[in-house]
Design a protein around this ligand. Structure first.
Ligand SMILES: NC(=O)C1=CN([C@@H]2O[C@H](COP(=O)(O)OP(=O)(O)OC[C@H]3O[C@@H](n4cnc5c(N)ncnc54)[C@H](OP(=O)(O)O)[C@@H]3O)[C@@H](O)[C@H]2O)C=CC1
Ligand SMILES: CC(C)CCC[C@@H](C)[C@H]1CC[C@H]2C3=CC=C4C[C@@H](O)CC[C@]4(C)[C@H]3CC[C@]12C
Length: 439
């Protein structure tokens, strides 16, 4: 009886403690949320603007030893402005050529973006034209290499001006009917205003991401290989460029698939994406190849061959993972993966109010983001020829780990909001993100 009384009397005490804890927890989590918002809205944008904007030029100083600081690095020079203007116009022209178009996924406010569907044609024509130009300007690649800091200066000014135009357009002349809540101005500049703005008759993100950033990546690494190979091709440098070239060719082959990704469907056209693709990709993504010009790889021919072969295989696996999901979606789940009919689960999309499906077979049954894992391994392999010179040629690899782990969480946040408890069920069935049994 006494025990019963004790039990009875202790029960309400426990629940009031619980209530107090949950209130305190709620308060704590609200404070945490508020702090996250402050950091996201007021700290991240200025930090990124101040830190990332000059970093590519500072790194260029490190890679080409002995060059002093000049104002041209910030303002560009006559050569860099000529190169940048010609390249931006070339990329724009290919988006304006009449031809096949591709409709991207509709936004939540019903806008259907339309893209030029000539990625591989643009890629091949640009690549061949660049190589052909060497017959007329034999020093072209060497000149590009030596002018790289100024080219980055010009790209930087152009990109910042474009982001400003996008901010003004988005604020005062939005092209779509999307309601955009107002935010601190630096945040608006940093994350952008509109998802699918158009300028000069083209989709801005297709121009900056697919046509300028990715092609600059390809042309620049080839230019650096040629610039570094004046006295014979270095096998390690060749391996570095061969893997990246395969990766970029794959991107153009898959370009229309890219229009379904976070960058295009969720991210707005602002500093993060547009400046990122106009400056960060040409300056930082190409850095391992740039660095190898003045710091030749010490890899033997056999080692370089092995690294190249492994790199090509890993890029192929990364593509295979993206392809499995694309095939699954294109066939409405009626496909075979790894020799068996694909397994899937229904997931109700709370935003479009339609039932969608999530793949449970092949790589997507082993981990939720194995494509990122193989992307990181591929990056490690193409950075590897710079082994022996410290951290410098591995900078992209370390950056990519941060970018993709953060992106993994961002993507899961998006999926959780989209599929609700169906996403939680999927996570229970496929419990690991990037490394089975570890993460
Ligand atoms: N080098 C670089 O800087 C970067 C490279 N990449 C590469 O780009 C490529 C694309 O990556 P990313 O854009 O991040 O997107 P992902 O290809 O990883 O796609 C994620 C989306 O796929 C859908 N999805 C998730 N799980 C399933 C499932 N089980 N079945 C079916 N659909 C599913 C969800 O979208 P939905 O709403 O359709 O359900 C989810 O939002 C990858 O190869 C990646 O490695 C990516 C980022 C940076
Ligand atoms: C502000 C900057 C420091 C950060 C800029 C980030 C962007 C440049 C990159 C963010 C996501 C990146 C990409 C996503 C997916 C891609 C598909 C892949 O097949 C090729 C690469 C890429 C287009 C890649 C390009 C850089 C980003 C847009």
């Amino acid at each position: 009886m006494a025990a019963k009384k004790k039990q009875k009397s202790s029960a309400p005490v426990t629940s009031s403690v619980e209530k107090k804890t949950s209130k305190a927890e709620k308060k704590g989590s609200e404070a945490w949320k508020r702090m996250k918002t402050i950091v996201h809205n007021h700290v991240v944008p200025p930090l990124f603007l101040v830190f990332f904007t000059p970093i590519v030029q500072v790194l260029a100083l490190k890679a080409i030893p002995g060059i002093p600081f000049e104002w041209d690095r910030i303002l560009g020079n006559a050569y860099s402005w000529k190169v940048v203007t010609i390249f931006l116009s070339w990329a724009l022209t290919f988006l304006l050529i009449p031809g096949r178009t591709f409709e991207g996924p509709a936004t939540s406010f019903g806008y259907v973006p339309v893209y030029a569907d000539n990625g591989l044609f643009y890629y091949a024509t640009t690549f061949i034209t660049y190589l052909g130009l060497h017959f007329v300007y034999p020093n072209l690649s060497l000149d590009i290499y030596h002018n790289m800091p100024y080219i980055l200066g010009s790209l930087n000014i152009f990109a910042l001006a474009l982001c400003l135009i996008l901010l003004i357009m988005g604020k005062w002349r939005p092209q779509t009917s999307e309601k955009m809540p107002s935010a601190p101005i630096l945040l608006e500049f940093y994350r952008g205003m509109e998802i699918h703005p158009r300028l000069l008759g083209v989709d801005v993100k297709q121009w900056t991401n697919c046509r300028v950033g990715m092609m600059a990546w390809q042309i620049l690494i080839v230019a650096f290989l040629i610039a570094g190979g004046r006295h014979g091709v270095n096998p390690g440098h060749l391996a570095n460029v061969v893997i990246q070239t395969f990766y970029i060719t794959k991107f153009y082959y898959w370009e229309t698939g890219y229009f379904n990704t976070l960058d295009i469907t969720l991210d707005r056209a602002g500093y993060y994406i547009c400046w990122g693709c106009l400056v960060w990709v040409p300056g930082f993504y190409t850095y391992s190849s740039f660095y190898l010009v003045a710091h030749p790889s010490t890899l033997t021919e056999q080692a370089a061959f092995f690294v190249a072969l492994l790199g090509l295989f890993i890029v192929a696996v990364n593509y295979r993972i993206d392809y499995e999901k694309q095939l699954f979606r294109a066939t409405n789940g009626n496909c075979r993966l790894w020799g068996k009919p694909a397994k899937s689960m229904a997931a109700f999309n709370q935003i479009s109010k339609r039932t969608s499906t999530l793949l449970l077979s092949g790589f997507w049954g082993v981990g939720r983001h194995l494509n990122y894992t193989f992307e990181i391994i591929a990056a490690f392999l193409w950075c590897f020829p710079g082994y022996g010179y410290g951290i410098w040629s591995f900078l992209y690899f370390f950056f990519l780990i941060g970018l993709l782990v953060h992106r993994c969480y961002r993507d899961e946040e998006k999926c959780s909001a989209k599929y609700g408890h169906f996403w939680n069920d999927y996570c229970k069935r496929v419990p690991y993100r990037m490394i089975p049994y570890v993460f």
